[in-house]
Design a binder for this molecule. Structure first.
Ligand code: IVH
Length: 682
């Protein structure tokens, strides 16, 4: 058979099977058969690249990594929605915000208001808003919402999502922008997490954040294969007049987009209320996360007449449900010791799914909450809530027979980690909530672990490889008691640790070494000064310019920094008045930590957040010089090539790192390209 004919057949078949699988959920062939067709196509295309079709499914996963995300500027701004909330019965009418919404519609339309409104009720998908641009019926570009006008161009990743049509049928307009949500399908998300866990990788916590993180990846290879979907819900540029919203959705579907099948047309407000209530009940079983319903006036003419208030259309309302709750058993209470010594009760729960994720722990906040507010006992059936990104919390214990016989939970008298007698400090903000802390800063291993993890964390010294497991081992083996001990570690000490090879030990030592030059603001964060987070650290570093200046500043001098109030100033002063802290700073300095002040690199250059690996001998730059310049521009240099590496800088006699880069598809730069990038960044 003619190659071109076969390629055409294969492409058409694969596109069709993709649609059956991803949009209609009715696959006709097995994954295995699909893969066989896919591989046949790949082979033919490899041998006859000139015959490869632009819309070939093989092209949708393999595009090259990009150097950085560029702005995505849209023609028509993406607006937001006015919010309404389900109110608490019985004191309030739960649907009052829907009734008010319709009343506003009537008021604005006046005479033109219909006797009965037609609406469409849709789930409010808790994903990532995205706009897709089609030119000549081809998908050419897509980007995130950003500020509504300018987002980030993530075309390379959108191309890997099977439910995004890459070519539209002739019935579609030539120019079109479609808006919708990209989100993880939850069963796929769980499966992906199990696979990650099995591979020793970190679990993704939250589907929405993970979708956002995934879409910002530079290399589409790490995106392809993740269970992401796109649901179309509105239009940007649409050159044809469509009489109603439901008709628009029908056309989207006819053009190959996925439209949510549970969107519902409703006549009148009572049907809307019923649909919104049904959706809330359905919510727990949906294969994706929603945080409410969107109610839209169906008629385009009415929408036009209603217009906009500030940045939202008057014809639509996002009606939010309260955060999802679930019931499960309290199996035990653990007392976790934070890096400052504060002891917090954490509920250990029988695993339960809440709003799409499996919850095993929930915070009990403090002693007062646990014993007095909730009155918890081990074995209680408890109601827990998970609101967005925050740690799940226990709301109440369900009253059941026999509950009173269970013994109440007592707060420990001694530190569960080091055995020191816990001290109770009055909390100046709320006398009920005493702070219970372990006073033994030096020998409490929990505090040591917390402080070291914090020190090495991304926003602080950003030492790659110093994660939870390594820190646990380092502390357990007595190799590290405080952050400054990291700088005395040797390769020989590290290779003896569990799951640590020669190479990882070498890399770890160089990562620790590299962190000595972290700018003052990060180093300040790393010290763990109470109340000093990322932005305060930056303000202090910028204002004072050196660690000594900050250490010597009085409270009035500190409050002179814009944004630093009295509480923060006192906390900073108290921290540096403590001899133990000053000694630790001296140890860090003695071991080479520099705390360099001075001008900080602006965020947003091509280097910020990027990881580089150097290999081989560069023509003019020494390895140290190359490293220093990359770091000065905000980049990071690590020792080994992984999927997380953004660039490999290649010189003469490069060896296995270059091979690894090619294998993983990590872009490579020669010295000239590196210098050109550095030039652009400065
Ligand atoms: S329609 C004029 N429909 O909610 C606005 N938006 O606050 C048209 N969203 O990030 C938007 N589900 O992406 C619409 N069924 C749905 C939606 C939905 C989620 C998001 C939207 C935007 C936000 C608006």
């Amino acid at each position: 058979m003619d190659v071109r004919v076969r390629i055409n057949e294969l492409v058409d078949a694969l596109i069709r099977h993709n649609r059956l699988y991803h949009q209609q959920n009715e696959p006709e062939i097995s994954d295995w058969e699909y893969d066989a067709l896919f591989r046949e196509l790949e082979t033919l295309e490899a041998v006859h690249p000139e015959q490869a079709r632009e819309d070939s499914p093989t092209k949708q996963v393999g595009s090259a990594p990009i150097a950085e995300l560029v702005p995505f500027v849209r023609e028509i701004p993406m607006l937001s929605l006015q919010n309404g909330y389900k109110r608490e019965p019985p004191e309030e009418d739960p649907w009052i915000d829907l009734r008010d919404f319709e009343e506003r519609l009537r008021r604005v339309l006046g005479e033109e208001a219909p006797a009965v409104f037609q609406y469409v009720v849709e789930p409010k998908l808790d994903g990532l808003a995205m706009e897709l641009v089609y030119e000549d019926r081809r998908f050419v570009r897509g980007g995130t919402r950003g500020d509504g006008v300018t987002g980030e161009d993530v075309t390379h990743n959108l191309r890997t999502i099977p439910s995004i049509p890459k070519v539209l049928p002739p019935s579609a307009p030539t120019r079109l922008t479609v808006r919708g949500e990209v989100l993880f399908d939850l069963p796929g998300f769980e499966k992906m997490n199990s696979a990650r866990e099995a591979a020793g990788e970190r679990r993704f916590e939250n589907p929405r954040n993970s979708a956002a993180g995934t879409m910002r990846q530079l290399d589409p290879k790490s995106v392809a294969g993740r269970p992401l979907h796109f649901y179309a819900h509105s239009a940007g540029v649409l050159p044809e007049r469509v009489p109603s919203h439901h008709e628009l959705l029908n056309r989207f579907a006819a053009w190959g987009f996925t439209v949510n099948p549970i969107n519902r047309r409703c006549t009148g407000l009572d049907e809307v209320i019923a649909a919104v209530a049904d959706l809330e009940r359905l919510r727990v079983d949906l294969p994706y996360e929603i945080d409410g319903a969107v109610v839209k006036v169906d008629s385009t003419a009415q929408q036009d007449a209603l217009g906009f208030v500030t940045r939202s259309p008057r014809w639509a309302l996002a009606f939010k449900y309260p955060p999802p709750t679930a019931q499960t058993r309290l199996e035990s209470v653990l007392f976790s010791v934070g890096r400052t010594g504060a002891v917090t009760p954490v509920a250990n729960l029988a695993p339960v799914r809440v709003g799409g994720v499996t919850v095993r722990n929930a915070t009990l906040h403090n002693e007062h909450q646990m014993t007095r507010v909730l009155g918890l006992r081990v074995g209680d059936l408890v109601e827990i809530r998970r609101a967005g990104d925050v740690i799940p919390e226990v709301l109440r214990a369900v009253d059941e027979p026999g509950r009173a016989d269970r013994p109440p939970i007592a707060y420990p008298e001694t530190c569960p980690q080091c055995g020191a007698h816990l001290v109770r400090e009055p909390n100046p903000d709320d006398l009920d909530k005493v702070l219970i802390r372990c006073p033994d800063k030096l020998s409490c291993s929990a505090q040591a672990r917390g402080a070291i993890r914090h020190f090495a964390s991304r926003l602080a010294m950003d030492i790659e490889g110093v994660g939870e497991k390594i820190v646990d081992q380092l502390v357990t083996h007595g190799l590290v008691r405080r952050p400054s001990d990291l700088y005395a570690l040797t390769k020989d000490q590290l290779v003896n640790l569990e799951r640590m090879g020669e190479l990882s030990a070498t890399n770890l030592v160089s990562a620790i070494e590299a962190s000595k030059a972290r700018p003052l603001d990060r180093a300040l964060m790393a010290l763990g000064v109470p109340m000093v987070g990322e932005s305060t650290a930056r303000d202090l570093a910028r204002y004072f310019g050196s660690l000594d200046a900050i250490m010597g500043a009085t409270v009035p001098e500190l409050t002179g920094v814009p944004g630093v109030g009295d509480n923060v100033a006192q906390a900073v002063r108290a921290f540096f008045d403590e001899p133990g802290n000053v000694e630790e700073i001296e140890r860090l300095r003695a071991r080479g930590v520099q705390f360099p002040g001075g001008a900080r690199v602006a965020n947003g250059t091509a280097f910020v957040g990027k990881t580089f690996v150097l290999t081989g001998t560069l023509p003019t730059l020494s390895r140290d010089a190359a490293k220093a310049r990359i770091e000065a521009a905000g980049g990071k240099v690590t020792g080994s090539v992984s999927k997380k590496t953004d660039y490999v800088v290649v010189g003469a006699d490069a060896g296995s790192k270059l091979e690894k880069a090619v294998e993983l598809g990590v872009p490579t730069l020669d010295e000239g390209a590196l210098l050109a990038l550095l030039e652009g960044a400065s």
